[in-house]
Design a protein around this ligand. Sequence first.
Ligand code: ADP
Ligand code: ADP
Length: 215
Amino acid sequence: MILILLGPPGAGKGTQAKLLARDLQVPHISTGDMFRDHKARGTELGRQVDAIMASGGLVPDDVTNSMVKDRLSRPDVAGGFILDGYPRTTAQADFLDQLLVSLGRRTDRAVSYEIAHELLVDRMSGRRSCPSCGTVYHVTANPPRKGGVCDREGAVLVQRDDDKAETVGRRLQEYEAKTAPLKRYYQERGVLTEVAGTGSPDEVLATTKRALGRS
Ligand code: ADP
Ligand code: ADP
């Protein structure tokens, strides 16, 4: 299954993508995680995207598209994959469409997580993640067993630079202006499903799987 997860920053895409990847046994491809990994490794691409990400803007389409094209050339995507945070613009969606056509494949479903913007600010400001294994927590909604420390790795949790109050507003604006129109894009292609992003992560997972016919 080729699945796209849409939704504003903080909607729960990464959380659901990890759960769905486990249950559907397909890779989770997050462009945000890939860019953060480049930054952490200090690659040329990481240096190129650092300031853009810190400002809450979007990385240029050509840079993002070529990173995704490379990723989709790996053999582990043969049985399907979950895209989290990509595409984010109509140009990226067109690129993905053409790339999939050239591979003889197509998008099965685009799930859009729906949630009020007031809740998103709290989700982003409370988000903490493990720098070692990437597990994502929330300080109140989904806290680790021991405050500030990863359950799996024991590493001290960190807050993303772009989850700070100054940047969150810009990211929401970018979403509304550039990414929200993709709902209509996928609706016109008959593959869009809207899912409420509220409720516990397990409840959202159950709703998503029902919508995908995989419950
Ligand atoms: P969130 O999970 O909060 O939506 P992501 O981890 O997906 O955030 O993305 C973090 C940042 O990485 C974005 O604000 C943007 O700067 C960059 N980014 C990630 N995916 C894309 C994309 N598809 N196109 C352009 N920029 C992207
Ligand atoms: P996105 O990838 O869309 O930016 P995340 O999956 O990283 O979103 O979730 C953002 C924050 O909200 C994280 O701190 C996460 O633990 C928390 N979160 C995710 N899903 C839920 C949920 N259903 N209820 C409450 N908090 C959630």
